[in-house]
Design a protein around this ligand. Structure first.
Ligand SMILES: Nc1ncnc2c1ncn2[C@@H]1O[C@H](COP(=O)(O)OP(=O)(O)OP(=O)(O)O)[C@@H](O)[C@H]1O
Ligand SMILES: [Mg+2]
Length: 359
């Protein structure tokens, strides 16, 4: 079964197209991306999509095996070939025969092993440690790293020839903060998967929480989001998650909706007063609507939401024109007096200096 790969962002669609195109080939792929972006997921998906899917998918974490054992781990060994080799054992290359070998964290592979790997990739043969018998390797190699291999090449930590050999097709997975439109989809996916698997009650995430999610930088990417959603599924099953339920680190992120933004505690760290950070794009808006119709939101309060949208747009227009009401009202296509009326009504959500200034 092909693992689901959630992502509608343009960058992800391009990536999916690329994967579909290269799945049938035998070329080596180098998958790069920050921690938790889905490198292993992509590798498994590619294997499932390939003609090798009936054969094994064997992952090896090159960073997790002690240096002295990597060679025998990869290529296997004969009985007595080194102290501790009590019996013969096949290596990962042998186990992956006919299928796919996933060399995870390839940047951690010691230089001595890099030479040996290059030889296998070129000649497609290898020997078990302590054996002279050549074995043929009919496998597809996929490699991944969160490190910058090109930089490692320039400092001599990674062999240039191996780098070119493995990066025939480079695949870069963008960090989650660069595809925030996928966050509601991922949240939905993790919630419904859990509900199905655990037969539990779903949690719902309030709009201000979803808004914070879109602004948070997600250093741990999808894994971090997945773990957070799972935590709430366990702790707040059947309930709604509000901004105050989020871990401390999220308090650095200012929500635009619902919170009084003249309260300094919710402002971004680098906020120097006056104008708030970049006005959100149309993309944000579209994803906000996507989120509204998503299955984690059970009902909406339309008039409240319209008021929120109005307040948000007025505030952003004022930010854009530095608090100048004449320009903001022209931009919004309303009379200046109407804007001032609205400002009085919507005041709790508009910074004081905007409603006070006479621009
Ligand atoms: N597009 C996606 N759709 C759904 N789930 C995903 C997607 N990408 C990643 N995941 C999930 O996110 C988690 C992290 O993915 P994965 O282990 O593939 O990341 P990684 O890049 O290999 O991370 P690391 O660098 O830490 O090894 C996994 O639980 C995976 O199933
Ligand atoms: Mg990984």
């Amino acid at each position: 079964m092909t693992a689901e790969f959630i992502g509608q962002a343009a960058s992800l669609k391009k990536l999916q197209e690329l994967l579909a195109r290269v799945a049938r080939s035998n070329s080596t792929l180098l998958i790069t991306g920050e921690s938790g972006t889905g490198k292993e997921r992509v590798a498994r998906m590619l294997h499932d999509m390939s003609p090798r899917h009936g054969h094994p998918f064997i992952p090896v974490n090159c960073g997790a095996i002690p240096e002295g054992l990597i060679e025998s781990e990869l290529f296997g060994h004969e009985k007595g070939s080194f102290t501790g080799a009590l019996s013969q054992r096949p290596g990962r290359f042998e186990l992956a025969e006919g299928g796919t070998l996933f060399l995870d964290e390839i940047g951690e592979l010691p230089l001595s092993l890099q030479v040996k790997l290059l030889r296998v990739l070129q000649e497609r043969t290898y020997e078990r440690v302590g054996s002279a018998i050549q074995r043929k390797a009919d496998i597809r190699i996929l490699a991944a790293t969160h490190r910058n291999l090109e930089q490692m090449v320039s400092t001599g930590q990674f062999r240039e020839d191996l780098f070119y050999r493995i990066s025939v097709i480079p695949v870069e997975i963008p960090p989650l903060r660069q595809r925030t439109e996928d966050i509601p989809l991922l949240v939905d996916y993790f919630v419904s998967r859990w509900v199905k698997e655990e037969r539990g009650e779903p949690v719902r995430f309030s709009l201000p929480v979803m808004d914070i999610f879109r602004r948070y930088p997600w250093p741990g990417n999808i894994r971090e989001l997945e773990n957070l959603v799972e935590r709430f599924l366990v702790l707040k099953s059947g309930e709604m998650v509000h901004p105050e339920d989020l871990p401390e680190k999220f308090s650095q992120v200012a929500p635009f909706i619902d919170e009084p933004i003249d309260d300094p505690s919710v402002l971004p760290e680098d906020f120097k007063g006056g104008i708030l950070p970049p006005v959100s794009s149309g993309g944000d808006m579209a994803s906000a609507f996507g989120e509204i119709i998503s299955s984690t939101v059970e009902h909406i309060d339309l008039s409240n939401m319209l008021a929120e949208i109005e307040r948000d747009l007025i505030r952003k227009a004022l930010e854009r024109f530095g608090g100048n009401k004449t320009k903001a009202s022209e931009f919004l296509g309303m009379n200046r007096t109407t804007l001032i009326e609205k400002l009085k009504r919507l005041r709790p959500g508009i910074p004081q200096d905007f409603s006070e200034t006479d621009g």
